[in-house]
Design a protein around this ligand. Structure first.
Ligand code: SF4
Length: 76
């Protein structure tokens, strides 16, 4: 499988997703279905929730598929 890294941002936090690391556990879309919904594209829509909830959910990912950085970190 070709490795793809995707970024999804709500302006405050950016979610990073790596397809080859995803083990399809379902944790993300069971925990925060407004943001993670694999059947509709784009499958991650961070603008549908707030930054704290997104970070908490990303940390629940059992693989390294999901990670995040805050946009503050990125710029400085
Ligand atoms: S929680 Fe992580 S491993 Fe599970 S489906 Fe979501 S991205 Fe993939």
């Amino acid at each position: 499988m070709k490795e793809i890294t995707k970024h999804y941002s709500n302006g405050e936090v950016t979610i990073v997703w790596k397809n080859t690391l995803c083990i399809h556990s379902g944790k993300c879309f069971q925990g925060l279905p407004t943001v993670f919904h694999p059947l509709t594209l784009p499958w991650i829509t961070p603008e549908e929730s707030d930054t704290e909830k997104i970070i908490a959910q990303v940390k629940q990912c059992p693989s390294e598929a999901l990670s995040y950085f805050t946009n503050d970190e990125e710029h400085g």
